[in-house]
Design a protein around this ligand. Sequence first.
Ligand code: BGC
Length: 336
Amino acid sequence: MLKIRNVIYIILVTLLMVSLAFSVYFIMKTLQYTSTVDTKTATDEPSYHFVLISEEVGNPYWDEVKAGAKKAGKAFGAAVEFKGPAQSDKELHAEAVEAAIAAKVDGIIVQGLDKQLLKPVINQAIQQGIPVITVDGDVPKSRRIAYVGTNNFQAGFQAGQTLIKATNGSAQVGIVTGGLASSSQKQRIKGFRAALEKQSGMTIIAVESSHISRIQAAERTYKIFKEHPDVTALFGTSALDGQGMAAVVGLLDKTNEVSILAFDALQETLDLINKGSIDATIAQQPYQMGYKSVNLMVDVINGRQVPEMNYTKTKVIRAQDLPLNRPSMQKGRERP
Ligand code: BGC
């Protein structure tokens, strides 16, 4: 009798242990599942809301800035909204900063376009506790925390040296610039003039504005040729100017006589360099500008010290630097 009781006792204890083990296993599983879900929601939910304001939305140059900013937003947990006028307009651009202040965003990244219009709104944002970083162009006299982008004076100087080389130091130069009020464009022209000052054979005979539009760049180029038929070189200071210039020079059948220096490395510009329609371009790093500005903004919000000036590099691209490796065409004119 005692034996039977013992066996029943052992069976009961074993059953109890097995059911306990099962319960522990399922409780662990549930806990694990809950914690996976929790971590996922935590990382997917952006911690900050930034706005990036550019001169023009939908412009291919700014699309590259946007791609870099998006990537950094994902990496650092920030939702980045992209704002700006549909077509370059400095007043609407400054108003977009005011709208971002009213929306109480966590940080404003803004192209330093028109210094005078932007200085008061940038200072207003800072006063209301919203950090501001300028990108592509700077507003150095404002209270913005940092600048990310090209050293535009240096890039203009580099452009001047490149054109001197391409023309053997002798040219009548027409400039088409993105905008006469744009801080980056003004700095580029200043640097370009500084480089040309050292070369007596180089003269700037016209400066026209394209409002960063390819079509207006073409129109302005045509105007330059009409007013100054002796133009032998062109410098386009914003991303689509060189493309507009190449179209007109091609139509006028002057590709072999006129040197074109462009800005930025958009695919169409590189294709035109490969075809021999554009001599060279000054490539900026728009993707890097977008990435870095978001990265720095997260640092600022977390109380980390950031450098004030964050220059991204530029480089000269000619046909021989491209994969197709088409040698740069020496233009037809005989040069000393
Ligand atoms: C400039 C930008 C400008 C863009 C227009 C770039 O070269 O850095 O300021 O908005 O061209 O396409």
